[in-house]
Design a binder for this molecule. Structure first.
Ligand SMILES: O=C(O)CCC(=O)C(=O)O
Ligand SMILES: [Fe+2]
Length: 259
């Protein structure tokens, strides 16, 4: 059985070390995003990439139109209202039940050391996998022309692993201001300027093997269209703060095409 020490590069990222954990916690509090480059050892990255390429033919592709709050357009609001403008998102997804039980991804996801790191860095009491068989780990494929439109996530935090960045396009863009979901505040002016392109977002061009933690419910973000024949492959590691949560049937049908 593979050990997490043969997956994570502990020399760069000693995720079991309290000083390192505290450093990451301070960093994300200050910056709202934490980018850990070369998080995966090369040998593990290559194994995961091989598995992801093998599973690519199983991906379910969906295209959606949604507002930045992931809702449908409403005739109650002005079409120009930044909360009512439609975005396009399209990508392919391989759900958790197709990933090998012995995959480094499963070992990492279930590892107590990794989960403890995530909990402490994000200041959470506990984190739990989804109880449905599809939603905990997802392989996402963005083929040429595919993208994620501007949005806020439903989940408060996101954990992603870049496995194959696109040579052209497929950039992660984000802002770290403009919403406080706890106080139900959204700065419409900032949203309008980002959507229209008059305000420039931050850009992140993550290399393969990078782990990213991000407060996606509070910060608008998108993935620009992939422009290369080589797809962008990104893994989401999805946890809940409560036990026994399943992704809604509607969301599972949308993203995976099945329950
Ligand atoms: O692909 C990415 O880098 C971000 C994914 C994302 O924003 C999402 O799945 O909600
Ligand atoms: Fe997102």
């Amino acid at each position: 059985m593979t050990n997490i020490a043969s997956i994570v590069d502990f020399s760069n990222h000693p995720i079991d070390d309290l000083n390192y954990i505290n450093k990451c916690n301070s960093y994300i509090k200050e910056n709202s995003i934490l980018v850990l480059e070369n998080f995966l050892l090369n040998i593990s990255l290559n194994k995961i990439l091989t598995e992801a390429k093998f599973l690519e033919k199983e991906a379910f592709y969906c295209e959606q139109k949604h507002t930045i709050l992931l809702k449908k357009q409403s005739s109650d609001y002005d079409q120009e209202d930044p909360l009512n403008i439609l975005m396009t998102s399209d990508k392919g997804c391989v759900p958790h039940d197709l990933i090998n039980t012995n995959s480094d991804l499963n070992i990492l996801y279930h590892s107590d050391i990794f989960k403890n790191f995530i909990k402490k860095v994000l200041g959470l009491d506990n984190i739990y996998p989804y109880v449905d068989k599809l939603s905990s780990i997802n392989l996402n494929y963005y083929q040429k022309g595919q993208q994620l439109g501007w949005h806020f996530d439903n989940a408060s935090f996101a954990i992603t692993l870049m496995i194959q960045s696109a040579p052209i396009g497929g950039e992660f863009e984000y802002i770290t201001e403009g919403r406080d979901s706890n106080k139900d505040l959204i700065d419409r002016d900032i949203m309008s300027r980002i959507i229209s392109g008059s305000k420039k977002p931050n850009k992140l061009n993550a290399d393969d093997g990078t782990l990213i933690l991000f407060y996606g419910r509070n910060y608008l973000h998108r993935v620009t269209p992939v422009e290369s024949e080589i797809p962008r492959i990104l893994i989401t590691l999805n946890y809940n703060q409560e036990n026994n949560v399943e992704l809604s049937e509607n969301a599972r049908m949308t993203f995976f095409g099945r329950l």
